[in-house]
Every structure is written in structure tokens, then in C-alpha cells.
Design a protein around this ligand. Structure first.
Ligand code: NAG
Ligand code: NAG
Ligand code: NAG
Ligand code: NAG
Ligand code: NAG
Ligand code: NAG
Ligand code: NAG
Ligand code: NAG
Ligand code: NAG
Length: 889
């Protein structure tokens, strides 16, 4: 039937389209069946149901032709060329899948198409010029792919286009001037590409341009005034380019302009006074340019202004008093300019002000007593100015402060004890490089959330008050270069600091300084160490049955491994003698073009050298093997605990072959195997960047690799996508841990040990140990009762990884109390009265507002995933969606 119809279609192809009508219905059905053959879409199939009712399909019901096809977010991969046979399509959405290869030129024949979304895939190569045939297209979204080359001129015929999105690709060349001729264009976004040249100066002359987002390219030349010409622009984002010239006065034509982000360019000149005409402005960010002149008071007319960031420019003069009427202003960021004068009292009238950053200017008055009349102030950053006078006692009224930085000024007098009232102070308190004298007020000891304290380079005297041991969150301290005396109090954060934090105080003694205070404190510290190790043991025993079970498993495995290794060592003298290589019973390389490059004997030999050992997992030891061909492999030697695998050799080989075809960018596939004696070796591509566990917890070895938040978030999304795909194909992972997440050359996450899950799947009777539970700290609590790893159990383990990423803490760590692991520690934070900020890695969460917001959102997801009740945890697929939302917002 289907073949018949395809034939008809072929013949019909040469006939006129009118004669085609009779077959159109059948041909669409045949095409859909073929598409289903290719992708296996759940809910599709020829089971008597009308294909128009299959999920994702919309038909014109009068003649049953497919007009809409929505296959978004389905983890699909494969050849999408067939879709170009659905000639009546008006709307095609393939976004958020794993499609790769070229965009089929045949899509250009879908002449009815009005909406085409191919975003969030891995389509590569150039944008096909055939897409110029889509004369009815209104929205084209190709963003988030791997597209290269220039935007083809053929697209100039898409005159109906309203929405053109090609962001986050590898496009180069310049923005073609035909974009400026699209007379209906409302949205144009091409950010995160390699586009150079000038922004065309006809862009916006015709049409209704509302959103222009070109950030993170290499664009040069001026911001063309044409984009403001029709006065419709609402959002303008040009951050991170090499734009020069001045901000056009025409910006004032845009009464609806709400968002302007033009930071990190080479813009010069003043901000035009016409900015006051852009009365909808809520967000104006122009930091890191060469702008100069005064800060125009006309900003005061933008009543909705919420953020004004002019940092790192050449602005002079004072902060205009008029800005005080901006009742919505939340962040005023002016650091790194040449501003001077008093800290204007009027600015403190902005009752929603949350962040005031005037640091690194030439402000020279005193800190006004009224500074804390702005009750919402969370960030007060006045460092590196020429402020004089005393710190007002009223500073204690800034009860919401998270960060207070008034270092590097000429402040005198003593530190007001009222600073101890700032109970929320947590990011840092910096009073360094001033002329402060007198004692350190013991009240500061009440700042139990404070992470960083710097009072260095003043003339502070007296002892460091023992009360400072109340600063329970302290990580960084600096008391250096003062007149302090007496012993450094016995307090973890102090003794763990380097001695430079205390140097330059002639009268201080005790650890970490080399000068001892006379009386020995040695025995006390030993007692402390004993207590610690005791606590670790208690923690291990105390943290519940699940952990106990897993400890037993781990210990057993560990003992077995040791024994194995001893035997291997005893017998291992002939390590270098190739003649003693064991006979390979079975072996294969699944990937054809690698067959030549892999020498199975060399693989076996590599695993016999301890020097090649990379890591040791729950179920396998991992080796690096360099082939004579130069190819580097990662070889996993399964622990021989699982002899049963060998006994099910054929089954195992079948499973491995199946797995090798299970393609997903975030999963490590086997590329071959070797079996000899009772040993099984699995071959994989070598990933140069180690594991996520190493990246997070061993970065001290390579501080330059310390991952930032966006990188961590992408890794988390990668892991989630890999697991969601596994669950989609009904595979449960048995050992999810940060040690089993590998990082490829681009630091993309690749989940490993997948095959273990297949080979040891207890329900298949191939597992010899029923106590397979995964790695310590990642085991879901229900495992203690069910002894079964389930999909929700995987979600729990993923939640633990996400917490690791957010906190940079190990899943089990002696710093937690008895019986507490990372999950419990995080879940019980509210009960301890701790804020999320104390949980998150403060080195990341304090970097920017955006990072902090995203981290809090990710923390929420991690809490959902680690819910004690399996049924309450979200599905892996949902987790992917939620994390992607975090990234997009
Ligand atoms: C056909 O498939 C649809 C979609 O999965 C399903 O709802 C329907 O029950 C199936 N019909 C038959 C007869 O199996
Ligand atoms: C199906 O019907 C609609 C209107 O009812 C028409 O616009 C369209 O061209 C028809 N499609 C085919 C392939 O005949
Ligand atoms: C996809 O299938 C078409 C035929 O339907 C073929 O011409 C094309 O080469 C295939 N593309 C890929 C990437 O396999
Ligand atoms: C588009 O359609 C034309 C005419 O039907 C045909 O010649 C051409 O091969 C098609 N293009 C593709 C890429 O399928
Ligand atoms: C792609 O762009 C279209 C048109 O603007 C939009 O509706 C769609 O949501 C975008 N796709 C994704 C995945 O963001
Ligand atoms: C653009 O990229 C393509 C391929 O990615 C390359 O061949 C071409 O030289 C590049 N063009 C420019 C102007 O850099
Ligand atoms: C844009 O339109 C103008 C006026 O219609 C025309 O002169 C110019 O050639 C067009 N540019 C492109 C690149 O199509
Ligand atoms: C600013 O707005 C006023 C009144 O709406 C108008 O007269 C003036 O021309 C505008 N100026 C600019 C430069 O947009
Ligand atoms: C300011 O914001 C409010 C609320 O979003 C909105 O209703 C109002 O129109 C905005 N004012 C201007 C001038 O855009």
C-alpha cells in the first residue's frame, strides 16, 4: 500500500499538482509512516487510527493533508530529509532534539511553510540557500546549532519574515544588508556567532524592528541610527562586540525601549540627553566602554528605570541629584569612573535601591549618617575612593546588607560595634586600607554568616576577641598590618588561613604564625584530631541503613580488589614480558574505521601496567591505553567479582553491540571489548579532561580549570540529557556519580559506566551481587528497603551530583555532622536558619546577580530531585526542561 503510494507520488511528481489531489492524503500517510520508521515516535503507528490524531500532527481536516508537524523535545536523532515530502506543511517544529548533519535543502520546497523552528539541535554546515524558496515564511529559528559560513543572500526573498533567529551558531561573514530590506521584520537575533563587519545602516529603516540582539560577535563600526528610526525598538542588546562611535541621539525616538545593553564595546562620547525620551527604559547597561562626560540627569525621566550600570567608563562630575526620584531603581553601578563629590544624599531617596556600587572613583566626602535610610540596601560598595571621616554608627541600620566594602579610603575613628547588628552580612566585610584605630569590637563575632573578613592595613590594636569564633561561616580572613596583640584565637578558619593573614602585627602569636605564645597547645589539637576521626566513623555508621549497606559493598569490593591486585603483583613479575600475554578468548571493535587503529594485544598489555591506571570505580578499574597507531583509548577492566558476565559471554557481546549503537552525545558508548581468562575489558574513546568529580574536588591541582557557573550548568544539563535519554530507551543506570561523569575536550559531560547497567541488570539475572547500589553518598534512601535501583533512584543520584556542582562539596564529607550527608545537610539548612547563600558555593553565587539567581533556581531543582519520596521526584526529562529554563532565563 505504502509502496504503491510512493510510486504514485513519483509518477505524480511530473504531473500537474491539480491531478495530485486525489493521492495527497495517501502520500502524507506514507511519508509519516516512513518518518516513524526512521524515528520511532511514541504514539505513532498504523494501528487503524487516523494519522491526523497522532501526537504532534495537525491536519487540514477537509482533505487530510498534514499542515503542522511538531516533533520538538523528543530526543530524536536521524535523517529528517523525508519531512520535505510533506508538501502542505505550514508549521514545522523540530526544535530541541539531537538532529545533526546538514539541514536538508529539500526543506526549501515546502513552499507553504510559515513557521520553521530547527533550533536547539546539532545541525551543521551552511544554511542551505534553498531556504530562500520559503516565500511564505514568517518565522525562521535556526539558533543553537552548529551552523557555519555566511547568511546566504538567497534568504533576501523571505520578504514576509517577521522573526529571524540564528543565534548561538558558528556563522561568520557580516550581517547582509538584505536583512534591512525585510519589511516585516520585528525580531532579529544573531548573538553568539562570529559575525564581523558593520551592522547594516539600513537595518530598521523599513519594518517594525522591536528586538535586536547581536551580543557576543565581532561587530565593528557605529550603532546605526536607523535601528531607532521607526521608533518601535523595545530591546537592544549589543554587548560584547567592538562597536565604536557614539550612542545616536535618535535613541530618544523609541518610547517603548525598555532594555538597552551595550556594555563591553568601544563606544565613545556622552550619553545623549534624549535618553529621557525613552520613557519606558527599565534596564540600561553600558559598562566597559569609553563613554565620557557627565551622567545626564535626563535618566530621571525614565520612571521605570530599575538598573543603571555605567561602570568602567570615563564619566566625571557628580551623581545627579535628580536621580533620587527614581523610585524603581534597584541597582546603581558606577564603579571605575572619575566621579567625585559627596555621596549624594538624594540618591539615597531611591527607596528600592538594593545595590549601590560607587567603588573606584574619586568620591571625597564622608559616609552620610543617612546611608541606611534605604532599608533595602544589600550591597554597599564604596571602596577605593577618597572618603573621609568616621564610619557612622547608623551603619548598623542597614540590616539587609549582604556585602559592605568601604576599604581603601581615608576613614578614621574606630570600627562601630553596630556593624555586629548586620546579621545578614555574608559575602564580605572589607574595611582594609583605611586609618581605623582602636580595638576590634567583639560584637563582630555575631556575624555568623560572614564568609570573608578583611580589616588589614589599619591601626587596629588590642587582641583579636575570642568572640570572633562566633563567625561560623568564615573562610577568608585578613588581620595583617595592624597593631594587634595576643594569641590568635583557636578557631578553625584562623588556623587554616595562611600566616600572611596575620603578619605585620608585631604582638600576635600562635598558629598559623610561627611565633608561638609560650604555653603549648599541642595536646589539645591532637585531641581534636581524634575527635574528628571518631566523628567520621560515627557519621558513617549513623547515616542510616542505606549508607551502611553501600559501605559494606564498597568495603567488600575494595578488599576484593586489593586481593586481586596482590595476586596480580605476585604473578605480575613478567609484566614486561610480552610472551606471557594471556590468550584472548574473544574481542571485537564495533566501529569499522577504528578496526585498523586498535590492537587488542596492546590493549591487554596496557591494563597490566599500574602506571596506566586512571581511576577506580565501583565496578571497574579504568586504564589509559596508547595504541601503536597513536590512538588513545580508555579501557575499563570489569572487576572479576562479576564472573557471571563471562559466563554469559554471548549475551554480553550482544548487549555491548547494542549499546555501541545507542548514540547520544552525553553518553559514553563502548567501541569494542576484549575477553581473556575471566577478565573483560571494555574499550572507549579516551576523554582528556578527567571526571566531573576531579574537576570539582581536585581543582586545586589545576586552579585554571576551576569551572565557572555557566560551565557547571552546561555540565549538569549534559548529564541530565544523557540520563533522560537512557530512561527514554528504558535503561536504568546503576552507578551515577560525579566520578562516572567524564568530560570531553570541550568539557561536555559524557556519562560513563552505562554498559555496567546493562551487563549487571539484576532483573536479567546477570548480576552476581544483588547488593549493587552505586557509589557512596549517591544512593537513594529507598534503596535500603527495596534493594532495587529505579528511575526515580537515578533522579535522586542526579540530584546529588547537582548539589555537588552547586556547593562544590563532596556527597559525604566529615564537615557535616554525624549521620548527615550532603543531601541531608542541604535539606536541613532552613531548619538551621541558614540561607541558600550559605549552601551555595559563595565564590560563584556572589559573582553576579544572574549567576546567583540561576544557582538558586538550580538548587530548587536539586531539592526536588533528592526528595525522600521517590514518587515526588520529577522525571529525568522534566529535569532537563527545568534546567534548560534556568539557562535561558
Ligand atoms: C492507536 O494508537 C493511538 C495512539 O497511541 C492509541 O491512542 C490508540 O488506542 C491505538 N488504537 C489501537 C486500535 O490500537
Ligand atoms: C486542502 O484544503 C485546503 C483548504 O481546505 C487547501 O488550501 C489546500 O490546498 C488543500 N491541500 C491539498 C494538498 O489539496
Ligand atoms: C537522508 O536521506 C536522504 C534520502 O532520503 C539521502 O539522500 C541523504 O543522504 C540522507 N542524509 C544523511 C545525512 O544520511
Ligand atoms: C524541489 O522540488 C523540485 C521540483 O519539484 C525538484 O526538482 C527538486 O529536486 C526539489 N529539491 C529538493 C532538494 O528536493
Ligand atoms: C524559535 O523562534 C520561534 C519564533 O520566534 C519561537 O516561537 C520559538 O519559541 C523559538 N524556539 C525555541 C526553542 O526557543
Ligand atoms: C567562514 O567559515 C567558513 C567555514 O566555516 C570558512 O570557509 C570561511 O573562510 C569563513 N569566512 C570568513 C570570512 O571568515
Ligand atoms: C534593498 O532595497 C533597496 C530599495 O528597495 C534596494 O535598492 C537594494 O538593492 C536592496 N538591497 C538588497 C541587498 O536587496
Ligand atoms: C522628545 O519628546 C518630546 C515630547 O514628546 C518631543 O517633542 C521631542 O522631539 C523628543 N525628542 C527626541 C530627540 O526624541
Ligand atoms: C512602567 O511600568 C509599569 C508596570 O510595568 C507600566 O504599566 C508602565 O506603563 C511603565 N511606564 C512607562 C512609562 O513605560
Amino acid at each position: 500500500m505504502a509502496t504503491f503510494c510512493l510510486l504514485t507520488l513519483l509518477i505524480a511528481g511530473v504531473l500537474s499538482s491539480l491531478e495530485l489531489v486525489g493521492c495527497a492524503q495517501l502520500s502524507d500517510e506514507a511519508t509519516l509512516l516512513a518518518i516513524n520508521e526512521e524515528f520511532g515516535i511514541p504514539g505513532w503507528g498504523f494501528n487503524g487510527s487516523d494519522f491526523c490524531s497522532w501526537p504532534g500532527i495537525g491536519c487540514d481536516l477537509s482533505n487530510s493533508t498534514v499542515e503542522k508537524l511538531d516533533l520538538s523535545r523528543r530526543f530524536l536523532g536521524g535523517n529528517v530529509t523525508l519531512i520535505s515530502d510533506l508538501r502542505a506543511l505550514k508549521r514545522l517544529d523540530l526544535s530541541s532534539n539531537n538532529f545533526h548533519g546538514l539541514i536538508p535543502p529539500g526543506f526549501g520546497n515546502l513552499s507553504e511553510l510559515e513557521y520553521l523552528d530547527l533550533s536547539m539541535n546539532k545541525f551543521g554546515g551552511p544554511i542551505p540557500k534553498e531556504l530562500g524558496g520559503l516565500r511564505n515564511l514568517r518565522a525562521l529559528n535556526l539558533s543553537n546549532n552548529l551552523l557555519t559560513g555566511e547568511m546566504p543572500d538567497e534568504l533576501e526573498s523571505l520578504v514576509k519574515l517577521q522573526d529571524l533567529q540564528v543565534s548561538s551558531n558558528h556563522l561568520n561573514g557580516s550581517i547582509p544588508s538584505w536583512v534591512g530590506n525585510l519589511s516585516s521584520l520585528k525580531i532579529f537575533s544573531a548573538y553568539e556567532n562570529g559575525l564581523g563587519g558593520k551592522i547594516p545602516d539600513n537595518l530598521g529603516v523599513v519594518g517594525e524592528l522591536q528586538l535586536l540582539n547581536l551580543h557576543s560577535n565581532q561587530l565593528e563600526g557605529p550603532i546605526p541610527k536607523s535601528i531607532f528610526a521607526r521608533g518601535k525598538l523595545e530591546v537592544l542588546i549589543l554587548t560584547q562586540n567592538q562597536l565604536n562611535g557614539a550612542i545616536p541621539e535618535e535613541i530618544g525616538y523609541c518610547k517603548s525601549l525598555s532594555n538597552v545593553r551595550i556594555g563591553n564595546n568601544n563606544l565613545i562620547g556622552n550619553i545623549p540627553w534624549t535618553i529621557g525620551n525613552a520613557s519606558s527604559l527599565t534596564y540600561f547597561e553600558a559598562d566597559n566602554n569609553n563613554l565620557s562626560g557627565k551622567i545626564v540627569s535626563d535618566f530621571a525621566q525614565c520612571k521605570n528605570l530599575t538598573l543603571l550600570n555605567l561602570a568602567s567608563n570615563g564619566f566625571t562630575g557628580s551623581v545627579p541629584a535628580e536621580l533620587g526620584i527614581l523610585g524603581n531603581l534597584q541597582e546603581l553601578i558606577l564603579y571605575g569612573n572619575n566621579l567625585y563629590g559627596d555621596i549624594s544624599l538624594s540618591i539615597l531617596a531611591c527607596k528600592n535601591l538594593n545595590k549601590l556600587d560607587l567603588s573606584n572613583n574619586r568620591f571625597n566626602g564622608s559616609i552620610p549618617m543617612e546611608i541606611c535610610n534605604v532599608s533595602r540596601l544589600q550591597y554597599l560598595l564604596l571602596g577605593q575612593n577618597s572618603l573621609k571621616g568616621e564610619i557612622p554608627h547608623e551603619i548598623g541600620n542597614c540590616v539587609k546588607l549582604l556585602q559592605l566594602h568601604i576599604g581603601s579610603n581615608y576613614l578614621t575613628g574606630s570600627i562601630p560595634p553596630e556593624i555586629g547588628h548586620l546579621k545578614n552580612l555574608q559575602i564580605s566585610l572589607n574595611l582594609s586600607f583605611n586609618h581605623l584605630h582602636g580595638p576590634l569590637p567583639p560584637e563582630l563575632g555575631k556575624l555568623d554568616k560572614l564568609v570573608s573578613l578583611d580589616v588589614s592595613n589599619n591601626q587596629l590594636s588590642g587582641a583579636i576577641p575570642p568572640d570572633f569564633r562566633g563567625m561560623l561561616s568564615l573562610i577568608e580572613v585578613n588581620f595583617s598590618n595592624n597593631l594587634l596583640t595576643g594569641p590568635v584565637p583557636n578557631f578553625g578558619p584562623f588556623q587554616k588561613s595562611s600566616n600572611s593573614s596575620f603578619l605585620g602585627n608585631k604582638g600576635l602569636c600562635g598558629e598559623p604564625l610561627t611565633l608561638s605564645c609560650g604555653s603549648s597547645s599541642g595536646p589539645d589539637r591532637e585531641g581534636y584530631h581524634h575527635r574528628v576521626s571518631y566523628r567520621v566513623i560515627l557519621a558513617v555508621i549513623g547515616s542510616g541503613l542505606a549508607v551502611f549497606v553501600s559501605v559494606t559493598v564498597v568495603v567488600l569490593l575494595f578488599m576484593m580488589r586489593e586481593r586481586q591486585e596482590k595476586v596480580a603483583k605476585a604473578a605480575g613479575v613478567p609484566e614486561s614480558e610480552t610472551s606471557d600475554l594471556p590468550t584472548i578468548v574473544a574481542g571485537n571493535v564495533f566501529v569499522d574505521n577504528l578496526k585498523q587503529a586498535i590492537d587488542l594485544d596492546a590493549v591487554v598489555k596496557a591494563t597490566m601496567k599500574d602506571a596506566n591506571k586512571l581511576s577506580c570505580g565501583t565496578f571497574s578499574t579504568v586504564y589509559k591505553a596508547i595504541m601503536p597507531s597513536g590512538l588513545i583509548l580508555l579501557v575499563k577492566r570489569l572487576k572479576s567479582v562479576d564472573r557471571s558476565i563471562i559466563h554469559h559471554q554471548n549475551k554480553m557481546i550482544r548487549e555491548l553491540e547494542r549499546l555501541s549503537r545507542l548514540c547520544h552525545d552525553n553518553l559514553m558508548q563502548p567501541i569494542g571489548f576484549v575477553i581473556y581468562e575471566d577478565v573483560a575489558l571494555l574499550l572507549h574513546h579516551y576523554l582528556p579532561n578527567g571526571t566531573l568529580g576531579q574537576l570539582l574536588h581536585e581543582h586545586t591541582k589545576k586552579p585554571e580549570y576551576e569551572p565557572d557557573w555557566p560551565q557547571r550548568l552546561s555540565i549538569a544539563i549534559g548529564v541530565a540529557e544523557g540520563l533522560a535519554f537512557l530512561h527514554h530507551v528504558a535503561v536504568i543506570h546503576l552507578d551515577i556519580s560525579s566520578g562516572n561523569v567524564f568530560l570531553d575536550a570541550n568539557f561536555n559531560a559524557v556519562v560513563g559506566e552505562v554498559e555496567i547497567s546493562k551487563l549487571l541488570d539484576p532483573s536479567r539475572g546477570t548480576a552476581s551481587i544483588s547488593a549493587v547500589a552505586g557509589s557512596f553518598g549517591y544512593i537513594p534512601p529507598e534503596y535500603a528497603y527495596t534493594m532495587q535501583v529505579t528511575a526515580p533512584g537515578n533522579v535522586y543520584s542526579f540530584g546529588v551530583i547537582l548539589l555537588e556542582i552547586l556547593t562544590t562539596r563532596m556527597p559525604v564529607d566529615e564537615v557535616f555532622d554525624e549521620g548527615v550527608d550532603l543531601v541531608k545537610w542541604v535539606h536541613s539548612a532552613p531548619a538551621r536558619g541558614e540561607t541558600p547563600e550559605q549552601i551555595l558555593d559563595a565564590r560563584l553565587s556572589t559573582v553576579s546577580f544572574t549567576w546567583r539567581k540561576e544557582m538558586l533556581a538550580a538548587l530548587k531543582i536539586a531539592l526536588l530531585c533528592t526528595d525522600g519520596i521517590p514518587a515526588k521526584r520529577p522525571k529525568m526529562k522534566k529535569v532537563v526542561e527545568m534546567l534548560q529554563e534556568v539557562k535561558q532565563n
